[in-house]
Write a protein that binds this ligand. Structure first.
Ligand code: NAD
Length: 266
């Protein structure tokens, strides 16, 4: 433990189980001295999140479904009671789309209803959380969300999630510009494919995972620890001069155009 997060308090949103990216981040932040609160979506997940939270010394485990803004406000109201001096950081690791539309051609499968729902949950919720978080950050702070490279390049089956992640990344830049004068930094981590509940919702996720392993410069996929350590950087004072960034944690996959293995096979 370095104490990098000592004295810092924050909210982790998006733990579903111990494979969740949010959980990887929470464990790292706890090891470095942060005091944590958690939200969960629905009672079934709540029963899983409570013992995980307890294992990092937290009994602040609050229901919150971002589709129901009243539950978001209720969670922040409880946070005000538990952290009356405000908070220092938020991790937003929330994403959802109908998995029937994460399969096949974007042009064929996408409906208006699921487009809107995907955007509300996976993109606009970050803005709504930022609005509430900023009001509770009198000393400044750091907001972090999770994105994926399907925002700027076409990944088979990622479809409407890619469109939502593009909008999420644009939101990061607008929020960073608006909140910067208050000392609040806003960044995103762009993680390579990981085996999580949300990740499994994308058709042929295993192929994306194997492709990354074969072609990324580091020749491996990323771990919860990799993502946790990068989040530690973005949420701690180590990145005090960094805002509005989309930071890749993907074994370098994003820099590759034509994989070397394709040349070797030619
Ligand atoms: P996960 O399934 O563990 O986490 C997704 C979380 O979103 C869950 O905790 C779920 O409860 C929450 N969620 C969904 N709808 C919600 C709602 N209406 N209200 C509140 N919470 C809701 O999967 P994960 O891979 O850890 O996903 C976390 C984030 O990381 C997502 O934004 C995802 O797009 C992003 N991401 C994942 C990968 C990957 O390969 N797994 C890669 C890059 C980015």
């Amino acid at each position: 433990m370095t104490g990098l997060m000592a004295g810092k308090r924050g909210l982790i949103m998006g733990v579903a189980n111990d494979h969740s990216i949010a959980w990887g981040i929470a464990k790292t932040l706890h090891r470095h001295g942060a005091e944590l609160a958690f939200t969960y979506q629905g009672e079934a997940l709540g029963r899983r999140v409570a013992p995980l939270a307890a294992s990092v010394g937290s009994d602040i485990v609050l229901p919150c479904d971002v589709e129901d803004i009243a539950t978001v406000d209720a969670a922040f109201a409880t946070l005000d009671e538990r952290f009356p001096d405000g908070i220092d950081f938020i991790v937003h690791a929330i994403g959802f789309s109908d998995k029937a539309q994460l399969k096949g051609r974007y042009v064929d499968v996408t409906t208006r209803a699921n487009f809107s729902r995907t955007m509300t949950i996976s993109c606009f919720s970050f803005t709504e959380i930022a609005q509430r978080a900023a009001a509770r950050m009198p000393r400044g702070g750091s907001l972090l969300t999770l994105t994926y490279a399907g925002s700027t390049r076409v990944m088979p089956n990622y479809n409407v999630m890619g469109v939502a992640k593009a909008a999420l990344e644009a939101s990061v830049r607008y929020l960073a510009s608006d909140l910067g004068p208050d000392g609040i930094r806003v960044n995103a981590l762009s993680a390579g494919p990981m085996r999580t509940l949300a990740g499994a919702g994308i058709a042929d996720a295993r192929l994306m995972y194997n492709h990354q392993k074969a072609h990324a410069p580091l020749r491996r996929t990323v771990t919860l620890e990799d993502v946790g350590n990068s989040a530690l950087y973005l949420l701690s004072d180590l990145s005090g001069g960094v805002t509005g960034e989309i930071h890749f944690v993907d074994s370098g996959y994003n820099i590759i155009s034509m994989p070397r293995t394709a040349v070797l096979q030619a």
